[in-house]
Write a protein that binds this ligand. Structure first.
Ligand code: IVH
Length: 671
C-alpha cells in the first residue's frame, strides 16, 4: 500500500509540474500524449484505491457533483473596488492627493499593470492547500465556488515552495481576476449558437456565467483562466513592495501577469505606460479595460489606508470604451478579393475610442439573421484596435416598426453573376474571377505596403485603370506606360512619372512579400514569411503537396489546402509565371557571412517582456534563422525570458549560448 501511495504521490507531483509548465510558463516539456498517459495512469490508480483520493489531486479538477446552491463566504478582509480615473489629469491628481495625505517627502513608487476585464475572485490557501475559492459578492460576503474554481487548470490546488523563494505563509488569501480569452469566447459562442443557445454578450459575461454554474462539470468545460494581482489576509508577511509580493506569488505557482507589471518612479512615467497599454490593448488575447496603478511600497499602502469602498493607494485608469450605440442607415454588400460577399452596415457616424466609425461589418447572411439586424435599427457597435468595426447586437427596445430586413442578394451586385455558397461554408461568393470588384480588391492588395508596396496607386486610380481596360490582373501593372497614365483623370505628369518609377522599383522584392501579394486565401504576411523561409523559391512552393506543407511548423490544414488548390489552378500559375517574366526578382533575406542570425537555430524559454513569442519567432525567421521547440545538439542559441523552464539547464549542460532578452534584442537590432 505504501508503494502505491508513493506512486500516486509521485504522479501527482509530475502532473502538477507539467501543468505549471504548460499553463503558467507556456513552456511544455512533454507532449500532450505523454501528459495524457500520466493522467490516465493516475486516474486508474485512484479508481482502484478510492481511499487514497485527496481533494488536491489533479484528477479532482474535472468537476464534482452539482450543488443545490452556493453557500456564503465572509471575506476576512473586505474585497474593495477601485477609484476610477479617465484622463491624464486624474493621475496627476491621484499622485498629489496621496502625497498630501502622507504629508512628508516619502518618495512614492508606483506599479502599473493591465486591468483585466473579468470577475474578481479570492483563493484561500491554508498551509499551502487551496481551501476556499469565492466571488467578491458585496465585498464582505461572497459565494463559495471552490468546486468550480478547482476546474481552472491555472489555479494550483497546492502551492509549491521554491528552493530560494520566500516561505509560503500559513494563511494567504490570493486575489485575482478570472477571465476568458477572446478566441475561446468566440469559440464558445459559436458552439452555443449551433445548439440554439443564446450567445454571451462579451467574454466577461461568459466568464461570470461559467463560474456561477451549480454543476462544476459545466465549468470544467469552459476555457477559464486567472491572473492574480494581490492579497487579502496574509500571515507574517515579510514583503516590502507589491512587486516583491507578486514575484513570490508567481514562484509559489500562481499565475501573475509579470511581463506587464511595470514599476514607475513618476506620474508622467505612469501616464506613458498607461497610454502604451491602451495602444497595445487589442493585441492582448484577453480583454483589458484599463490600467491599475498601485503604490508599490507596502508600508505606504498601509499608511494610506482606505476610503469607504476603495483603497487610497490605488487607481483604475479606465480606457476609452470600445462600444457605442448608433443607427444603421442602410445595409449593402461588398465584394472582396476572393469574391466573398460581405454585408456592411452604413452607420450614423459615431466616435469609438477616438476614431469616427461610419461602417461596420455584418459578416454574412447567417450573422444578420442570428443578430436580426435591420436597416434603421439602433445597434451596439464595437471597435477593437485595427480590426473592422462590427455590430454586436440590436437594441430592440428602440424599434419603431419602420425597420427593414435585409437579405444578401443571390446575384453579385457588381457583375451580376449568380452567387455560390460552398457546402459547410456560410460565406456567399461571386464565382467570376473577372468581376471588376474582385479585380479591384486584388489589385489593392497586390500594391499594399506588406505586399509589392507600390506607392501612389490609390482607389480612384485603380478604378480608372480597370474601367479603361488597362489593367485586368496585377501583372498588367508592369506593362503600363507613362502615356497610358497621363490620359487618366486627375493625374499630373509628375505623379505619373513617380508611379511608373514605383512600379519599376517594386520588381525588387522578397519571396515572402510576393507570396503574400498573390492573395492566396489564408496566407497572410506571417504565413508568407514561413513559406518563403521554407521553400526559398516559388517553383518549390508551387509543387508542394499538402503533406509537405503540413509538416511545416505554423502551417495548418486550412492553409495547406488553400495553397495547393491555388497552385492547382492553371490560370493562377500562368499569372505568377507572367509576373516573374515581367522581371520580378527576389532578394534573399539571409545575410551570408554577415548576419549572426542567418542559418542559426534558436530555442526560447520563459516569457519575454517586450515582444510576444510569435513576434520573436518572426524576427528570427525574417533574418534567415530557424526556431525549434526543444534544445538539442543543433541548437545555437537559447533565448531566456522570465521564469524559464528546464530548457535552461539543458542548454547550460550542452554549452548552448544563452541570450537574455536584452542581448537577444541587441542581436536582432544589429542586423
Ligand atoms: S487591484 C482594492 N489589479 O478591477 C482592489 N484589480 O474595478 C484591488 N481588476 O475589483 C484591485 N485587474 O476585480 C487590481 N490588475 C488588477 C486588476 C484588478 C482587474 C479588477 C478587480 C477589481 C476591479 C475594480
Amino acid at each position: 500500500m505504501e508503494k502505491i501511495k508513493e506512486e500516486i504521490q509521485g504522479l501527482r507531483e509530475r502532473i502538477r509540474y507539467h501543468n505549471h509548465c504548460y499553463y503558467v510558463l507556456d513552456d511544455p516539456e512533454i507532449s500532450d500524449a505523454e501528459y495524457d498517459s500520466l493522467f490516465q495512469l493516475l486516474t486508474e490508480l485512484e479508481r482502484h484505491h478510492p481511499e487514497l483520493v485527496t481533494p488536491d489531486s489533479p484528477t479532482q479538477r474535472v468537476g464534482a457533483e452539482p450543488q443545490e446552491a452556493f453557500s456564503e463566504v465572509r471575506h476576512r478582509l473586505p474585497m474593495l473596488s477601485l477609484g476610477n480615473g479617465f484622463r491624464d489629469q486624474d493621475i496627476w491628481d491621484f499622485d498629489a492627493r496621496l502625497k498630501r495625505f502622507l504629508g512628508d517627502d516619502s518618495p512614492v513608487e508606483y506599479t502599473v499593470e493591465p486591468k483585466i476585464d473579468g470577475i474578481a475572485l479570492e483563493l484561500v490557501y491554508e498551509k499551502a492547500r487551496l481551501t476556499v475559492g469565492s466571488t467578491r459578492g458585496d465585498g464582505y460576503v461572497g459565494e463559495d465556488i471552490t468546486q468550480n474554481i478547482k476546474t481552472i487548470l491555472t489555479v494550483p490546488l497546492t502551492l509549491t515552495q521554491p528552493k530560494d523563494g520566500r516561505p509560503i505563509p500559513d494563511l494567504v488569501e490570493v486575489r485575482g481576476e478570472v477571465y476568458m480569452e477572446k478566441e475561446a469566447f468566440e469559440g464558445l459562442n459559436r458552439t452555443r449558437l449551433e445548439r440554439n443557445l443564446p450567445p454571451f454578450a462579451n467574454p466577461r459575461n461568459a466568464a461570470a456565467g461559467s463560474l456561477r454554474q451549480l454543476d462544476p462539470r459545466i465549468t470544467a468545460k469552459r476555457p477559464l483562466n486567472m491572473f492574480c494581482y494581490g492579497v487579502g489576509e496574509i500571515s507574517g508577511s515579510p514583503f516590502d513592495t507589491h512587486r516583491e509580493l507578486m514575484v513570490s506569488i508567481q514562484q509559489w505557482g500562481l499565475r501573475v501577469n509579470r511581463p506587464y507589471i511595470r514599476v514607475c518612479g513618476t506620474p508622467s512615467e505612469v501616464i506613458d505606460y498607461c497610454h502604451y497599454l491602451e495602444e497595445i490593448r487589442s493585441q492582448f488575447p484577453y480583454e483589458i479595460d484599463g490600467a491599475v496603478i498601485k503604490v508599490n511600497q507596502l508600508n505606504l499602502q498601509a499608511r494610506l489606508g482606505q476610503k469607504s469602498r476603495s483603497p487610497r493607494w490605488a487607481l483604475a485608469y479606465k480606457f476609452r470604451p470600445t462600444q457605442e450605440t448608433t443607427k444603421v442607415i442602410k445595409i449593402d454588400v461588398q465584394v472582396g478579393r476572393t469574391g466573398a460577399l460581405t454585408p456592411v452596415a452604413h452607420l450614423e457616424p459615431v466616435e469609438i475610442g477616438g476614431v469616427i466609425v461610419r461602417r461596420a461589418t455584418l459578416h454574412n447572411q447567417d450573422e444578420i439573421e442570428k443578430k436580426d439586424v435591420r436597416e434603421l435599427d439602433t445597434v451596439l457597435v464595437q471597435r477593437a484596435g485595427d480590426v473592422i468595426p462590427e455590430v454586436v447586437q440590436v437594441i430592440r427596445s428602440k424599434r419603431t416598426g419602420a425597420e427593414r430586413k435585409f437579405v444578401v442578394p443571390t446575384q453579385c451586385p457588381v457583375c451580376g453573376a449568380g452567387v455560390e455558397k460552398k457546402e459547410g461554408e456560410v460565406v456567399m461568393r461571386c464565382p467570376n474571377p473577372n468581376c471588376p470588384a474582385q479585380v479591384k480588391q486584388s489589385l489593392k492588395h497586390f500594391v499594399s505596403k506588406g505586399a509589392m508596396d507600390i506607392d501612389g496607386l490609390g482607389d480612384k486610380l485603380i478604378e480608372q485603370l480597370i474601367e479603361r481596360g488597362l489593367v485586368r490582373e496585377p501583372a498588367d501593372l508592369y506593362e503600363l506606360r507613362f502615356d497610358d497614365l497621363i490620359k487618366l483623370d486627375k493625374i499630373a505628369d509628375k505623379s505619373a512619372g513617380n508611379l511608373i518609377e514605383a512600379i519599376e522599383n517594386s520588381k525588387k522584392t522578397t519571396l515572402a512579400k510576393f507570396v503574400y501579394a498573390l492573395g492566396i486565401r489564408h496566407v497572410g504576411e506571417h504565413v508568407a514569411v514561413i513559406l518563403a523561409d521554407h521553400f526559398e523559391d516559388l517553383e518549390h512552393l508551387e509543387e508542394a503537396t499538402e503533406e509537405e506543407l503540413l509538416a511545416i511548423d505554423g502551417i495548418g490544414p486550412q492553409i495547406a489546402e488553400s495553397i495547393v488548390s491555388y497552385f492547382s489552378d492553371r490560370s493562377n500559375r500562368e499569372h505568377s509565371g507572367r509576373l516573374l517574366r515581367e522581371g520580378i526578382l527576389f532578394e534573399t533575406v539571409t545575410h551570408p557571412g554577415g548576419g549572426v542570425v542567418a542559418g542559426k537555430t534558436f530555442v526560447m524559454t520563459g516569457s519575454l517582456s517586450s515582444l510576444k513569442r510569435s513576434e520573436a519567432k518572426e524576427q528570427i525567421l525574417r533574418r534567415g534563422g530557424r526556431v525549434s521547440s526543444s534544445v538539442s545538439s543543433s541548437t545555437d542559441f537559447l533565448v531566456v525570458g522570465e521564469s524559464p523552464g528546464s530548457k535552461l539547464q539543458k542548454a547550460a549542460d550542452m554549452d548552448v549560448t544563452i541570450l537574455k532578452e536584452d542581448e537577444f534584442l541587441r542581436l536582432l537590432g544589429e542586423e
